[in-house]
Ligand binder design. Structure first.
Ligand code: IPE
Ligand code: IPE
Ligand code: MG
Length: 255
């Protein structure tokens, strides 16, 4: 059997064992609505408290030396929610960028946005671009914000980009390798997530990082996102460190 020519793709190390802490943690921050409903509050209050939890987790991740945090903040399917909730979430994102950007910048955090940019309200797009531009040269934690993000749309965009390059004669069909496709995704250049955490007891990806999650470890917890905190994050990391990643190879114990 021949070795795949695409073995260079962010090559997972063949070494088994995962006692190293994760470099890249992705968070599906779910359960804000249920958190609010359990208190007889409007769903929007859950989102507000969710932002409080997010600030804590970002600060903590930066402190303990995680390289990349990706947060699922708004999916391309979340537009189907009631108009009032969508506009509250847009306002929250605006406030997050306006109020927190300078602090994030001072903390040497680099912000990157992934997700569809077409059709975004110009004011929001401008804010997101400003956040990326201001923090582009920072060298601390990479904070990747998945906004208007859907993985199928992202993969489709990447495939179209490569198809256009073939049509223009810039590349040949055989240049479309796994690494070329990975580089054409919104996450191009970032390591794949080592650990994906989803709160609120739901066990699905909901169109998040489908390509990038090929060998991610998953951690599901019942906490609703506004209740997630530093200790919960550490518990997820401890669980990750006890896992053995084999990437299709054999367990170290087998040798
Ligand atoms: C996650 O919480 C936040 C977003 C999807 C924006 P939800 O709003 O999905 O909360 P639940 O799942 O309804 O409790
Ligand atoms: C996923 O949560 C999206 C975000 C956390 C932003 P959802 O609440 O939208 O996912 P489903 O609908 O339960 O799958
Ligand atoms: Mg939800």
């Amino acid at each position: 059997m021949s070795v795949s020519p695409d073995r260079d793709l962010q090559a997972p190390s063949a070494e088994a064992g995962a006692s190293k802490p994760p470099r890249h943690v992705a968070l599906i921050m779910d359960g804000n609505g249920r958190w609010a409903a359990a208190r007889g509050l409007p769903r929007t209050e859950g989102h507000r408290q969710g932002l409080v939890a997010l600030r804590k987790v970002i600060r903590h991740a930066a402190k303990i030396g995680v390289d990349v945090i990706t947060i699922y903040s708004f999916s391309s399917e979340n537009w189907s929610r009631p108009e009032t909730e969508v506009s509250f979430l847009m306002g929250l994102l605006r406030r997050f960028v306006q109020r927190d950007l300078s602090e994030l910048h001072e903390a040497n955090i680099r912000i990157r946005i992934i997700g569809g940019r077409q059709d975004l309200e110009p004011g929001i797009l401008k804010l997101l671009q400003e956040a990326e531009d201001l923090t582009r040269d920072n060298s601390g934690l990479d904070l990747v914000v998945a906004f208007n993000y859907g993985s199928r749309a992202e993969i489709t965009r990447a495939a179209r980009k490569l198809a256009e390059q073939v049509a223009a004669g810039v590349i040949r069909p055989e240049d479309i390798t796994e690494s070329a496709l990975a580089a054409a995704l919104d996450t191009g250049g970032l390591p794949d997530p080592d650990l994906i955490i989803r709160t609120s007891g739901e066990m699905r990806l909901s169109n998040f990082l489908l390509w990038q999650a090929a060998y991610s470890e998953f951690y599901f917890c019942d906490l609703l996102w506004p209740d997630f905190d530093e200790a919960a994050f550490d518990a997820a990391l401890d669980c990750f460190c006890a896992r053995e990643r084999r990437y299709g190879g054999l367990s170290a114990k087998t040798y």
